[in-house]
Design a protein. Structure first.
Length: 106
């Protein structure tokens, strides 16, 4: 989190523990949403009862969130490729139509 504006302390509560983090004002809402998401994931892991200790719960939550992010990135990459392929197909059709129109004019 970097900004030309002065960072101010924000108090976050994750799994019942308070944590103060310096954050630029324009990124405060995003930080709060991120902390709430992490807290939710950590509570889900703790509720399952198979993982003990805050450190282990934090690591499992980080792994799950990283996995979600990578799956999402893979999906976006696939969509980008499909869109690029479709755009090229449309461009080829437009070029063919323009070429046909030029031949008709001659």
């Amino acid at each position: 989190m970097s900004s030309s504006k002065e960072a101010t302390p924000v108090t976050l509560t994750i799994l019942g523990k308070e944590l103060r983090v310096a954050c630029p004002p324009e990124e405060r809402d995003s930080l709060m949403r991120s902390a709430a998401y992490l807290d939710e994931k950590m509570r889900e892991i703790r509720a399952r009862g198979r993982t003990v200790g805050h450190d282990n719960i934090a690591v499992m939550a980080a792994l799950n969130i990283a996995h979600e992010m990578l799956q999402s990135k893979t999906s976006v990459d696939r969509n980008d490729k499909a869109i690029s392929t479709r755009i090229k197909s449309i461009q080829n059709k437009i070029e063919a139509a323009l070429s046909d129109a030029r031949q008709i004019e001659i």
